[in-house]
Design a protein around this ligand. Structure first.
Ligand SMILES: Nc1ncnc2c1ncn2[C@@H]1O[C@H](COP(=O)(O)OP(=O)(O)O)[C@@H](O)[C@H]1O
Ligand SMILES: [Mg+2]
Length: 236
């Protein structure tokens, strides 16, 4: 049986030092509370894409469909030709053994229920309010059982997160539980945000990273952008 392989080069945004530190210090369960524009969603996309590229099943949970779409678009654009199949309806990408499922917590079906994942990311979990505990303990935590102990979870939220369960898991990561880690970081820990813009009232809506014709573009700050170039082999 002959096999056709195609090598695909991908350019994924390189992590900034604050994001890299969080990743280096991560444990099985991770709680990141950081200011708006710190780079939480960018880090979370890096995590799910990395997992899928290693042939493992990843899960992204957004508080609502509206919050799901930007990351869905970014991931499908960045992974490009490495993707074997895309289901717009199910918001699922498959790539050589790996996959990323995108769920929105406001949809009818409980996010992740019945599936098996190696990583679960919950973006902007403060917006889930009191629903976070139920979603995590009843629907998402069980999806990590099959691939334990190498499966992991990430809870990301702005500093405004006030839900009592978010505070509970944040405390787990401050030494209460061995397999949890939590961080409190600010927008200023993102070196790509100019100091002059750090006043929240002045914060512009920053454009997303884009790859156009193989070159990087970043709306006037392209010289700041760094990419990690990786090659993946796609079996045809
Ligand atoms: N590692 C990075 N390299 C370049 N730009 C980044 C990086 N991380 C974040 N950014 C940029 O910073 C801004 C905020 O990132 P985002 O992930 O949306 O933050 P958050 O989810 O914390 O609000 C975006 O414009 C994003 O493109
Ligand atoms: Mg975000």
């Amino acid at each position: 049986m002959s096999t056709n392989n195609k090598t695909i080069s991908l350019r994924l945004p390189a992590l900034h030092p604050g994001q890299q530190r969080v990743l280096n210090e991560s444990r099985r369960f991770n709680v990141l509370r950081a200011g708006s524009r710190f780079g939480k969603s960018t880090l979370a996309r890096h995590i799910v894409m990395g997992e899928a590229l290693r042939g493992r099943p990843a899960c992204w949970v957004a508080s609502s469909y509206k919050f799901l779409l930007p990351s869905w678009r970014e991931v499908t654009e960045l992974l490009g030709a490495a993707i074997i199949s895309t289901s717009q309806e199910e918001k699922r990408v498959v790539m050589g053994g790996g996959s990323i499922d995108f769920w929105s917590a406001d949809a009818g079906a409980p996010a992740g229920e019945g599936r098996s994942y190696s990583v679960v990311v919950i973006d902007e979990c403060a917006q889930l309010g009191a629903d976070l505990e139920r979603l995590w303990t009843r629907s998402l935590r069980p999806t990590l059982a099959d691939l334990a102990p190498s499966s992991s979870a990430w809870f990301l939220s702005t500093s405004k997160a006030a839900s009592s369960y978010f505070s509970t898991i944040f405390a787990y990561g401050q030494g209460e539980r061995e397999d949890w880690k939590s961080w409190q970081l600010g927008t200023a820990d993102n070196p790509y945000i100019p100091a002059s813009e750090l006043d929240a009232a002045l914060m512009p809506s920053c454009p997303p990273l884009m790859i156009i014709g193989g070159t990087s573009a970043g709306a006037g700050r392209s010289s700041d952008l760094r990419y990690d170039c990786i090659s993946v082999t796609r079996h045809l």
